[in-house]
Design a protein around this ligand. Sequence first.
Ligand code: FAD
Ligand code: NAG
Ligand code: NAG
Length: 427
Amino acid sequence: MKIRSGGHDYDGLSYVATVPFFVLDMFNLRSIDIDMETETVWVQSGAILGELYYRISELSKTHGFPAGVCPTVGVGGHFTGGGYGNMMRKYGLTVDNIVDAYFIDVNGRIHDRKSMGEDLFWAIRGGGAASFGVVLAYKIKLVHVPEIVTVFRVEKTLEDNATDIVDQWQHVASKLPKELFVRLVIDVVNSSTRTGGSTVRVSFISLFLGDSKTLVSIMNENLPLLGLSQSDCIETSWIRSVLFWTNITIDSPTDVLLNRTPSLSYLKRKSDYVKQPIPKTALEGIWEKMIELQPAQMIFNPYGGRMAEIASTATPFPHRAGNLWKIQYLANWNQGGAETAQRYIELTRKLHRYMTPFVSKNPREAFLNYRDIDLGVNHNDRGSYLEGRVYGIKYFKGNFNRLVHIKTKVDPTNFFRNEQSIPTLPH
Ligand SMILES: Cc1cc2nc3c(=O)[nH]c(=O)nc-3n(C[C@H](O)[C@H](O)[C@H](O)COP(=O)(O)OP(=O)(O)OC[C@H]3O[C@@H](n4cnc5c(N)ncnc54)[C@H](O)[C@@H]3O)c2cc1C
Ligand SMILES: *[C@@H]1O[C@H](CO)[C@@H](O)[C@H](O)[C@H]1NC(C)=O
Ligand SMILES: *[C@@H]1O[C@H](CO)[C@@H](O)[C@H](O)[C@H]1NC(C)=O
């Protein structure tokens, strides 16, 4: 049985298998009940993030929710995998803002937080609920956003001294005020001035929970090499900042967020965590590698702020204090077929391999919501505990063992299983 909410699993675990299977599709369970008095929402698993954001914005200009930046992502998979977005440095992950849940166990019983108990409630906030049962709905706590927020997108190539700016960014991005999130999207574009005809482009994309004047002064104090000016900044509402971040024209009608159809066709993603700044000369080597491996790209998402204040055992998601930023490796393509897919997937693997000296080790950490089958696969037979440890330690570090104990207790026959589920204890 495959459980699907928004169907955005990066390696398709909610709708692909090598054996006959059926899909438990949650898409009709998508009610969103907002209670402004308690600033809480019951949101069902089949809703998408865009629907949630839109419904919040119908009732308030000063409330939001810290979840992913892509509106077509489903609540069910996203929340249970740890969910992060551009308010993470201020408010943490989605799982840090969940207060209750409705959940069906292997015996078909429906639980809330009280009847499932704190262990299971802990596990389904970041440990991947698909190993334990089915989440029907989550109850979340809304967060406060200012009526005016500021966004910018500034692009710098190697000819604009992008290396110096990235170097400055990596020393400050995780220490900036919590209200400020500056993401880097790094790709390769044509160049008329560089030998070889290619250059690296770094796009600095930001959300600031405040006005543009304050933002420019924070940026010029901390990241002066970017040279941010007022004219780079757009002041807007929080809901329109969601449009900006997903590359929809900022003055479009906000109900485009209700559209469930994603715009991507084929893709591969991988992840890494960076704990120490990368030497500048090494950055130059990385750019050369990216030029060689284009169209593989990278996105750097800064940590710190609220993320560093929450204990790494508070939820199954372990990547808290000590992380400067997370890398997402990505390749997108439009042409079907296994050969093409293999070629693009291999590019992301090569870039990931090249980055080995600069990222976390023992374990090389990874983010569950950036599902990556390359990290290991479980055949769910006799060796399942050892197979599960391989990817489990990367996704959950020391929290893996607690997940295994909870799994063994609530689903001892391993009914809820998939290619990367939590195994039961060997007996
Ligand atoms: C375009 C795009 C943008 C993204 N942006 C972000 C981002 O900004 N931040 C971020 O954190 N992640 C992001 N992701 C990753 C995303 O969070 C994960 O892929 C997430 O798991 C998707 O949730 P879903 O419900 O859409 O996926 P699904 O494919 O439906 O489910 C994902 C996993 O959760 C399980 N599952 C789903 N629903 C339930 C349920 N009700 N009960 C139990 N198990 C369930 C599935 O079986 C599967 O294992 C993005 C992904 C894409 C494709
Ligand atoms: C890049 O840096 C060099 C040396 O510091 C400087 O002379 C040059 O003006 C900078 N170029 C840009 C586009 O900022
Ligand atoms: C988003 O828009 C910018 C600016 O218009 C463009 O350079 C970039 O390629 C777009 N990104 C995606 C993922 O479509």
